[in-house]
Design a protein. Structure first.
Length: 174
């Protein structure tokens, strides 16, 4: 599978088989996360890997009762680290660290797909509740919840906008 094939084939999965993910696959997911680019290579991010059902259930409740989160064998919470402020100021906190987590999650999702696993990016949740559930220190902010598991089924691809709708060309002016 090429990277472009993985990009085009990956789907958001919300129904998972009740099947454990082998440790060697989890190690590959970790590699995908840590090898993502980051602002100034500061890697201002932290990821929580959750297998405990009670914690997953609490996260699902904090995520507007999206109960599929609790049913995933593994749930990953991506957090920004505000200590990036020491190098990049407020722009680092409010933009760069979010971009860092986002790059890591996209790597994670593509590698998960390559390994036959499904994921979905969940952004709808109460940050304060997730922070409390995970007992996050004040410098960490949860920005994404990613359930991971073997897909029960893979949905058809959703429609995409045309390149003309998504791209604006600015070429060398004559």
């Amino acid at each position: 599978m090429t990277v472009l094939e993985a990009v085009k084939e990956r789907r958001s999965i919300r129904n998972f088989l009740q099947k454990d993910i082998p440790p060697e696959l989890i190690e590959k997911l970790i590699e995908a996360i840590i090898w993502a680019p980051s602002a100034g290579n500061l890697q201002a991010r932290k990821f929580y890997f959750i297998e405990d059902f009670d914690v997953k259930k609490a996260l699902a409740d904090a995520a507007l009762r999206q109960n599929f989160i609790a049913r995933a064998p593994l749930v990953i919470v991506g957090c920004t680290n505000s200590l990036i402020r020491n190098v990049y100021g407020e722009r680092g906190v409010h933009l760069y660290s979010i971009q860092d987590v986002s790059c890591s999650i996209m790597n994670l999702m593509l590698v998960a797909h390559e390994l036959g696993l499904g994921t979905v990016w969940v952004g709808a949740f109460y940050e304060d509740e997730v922070s409390s559930i995970l007992r996050l220190p004040p410098n960490l902010r949860p920005v994404a919840i990613v359930p991971v598991g073997y897909p029960e089924k893979v949905p058809s691809p959703p429609p995409r906008v045309s390149p003309d709708e998504a791209i604006v060309w600015i070429r060398k002016r004559q």
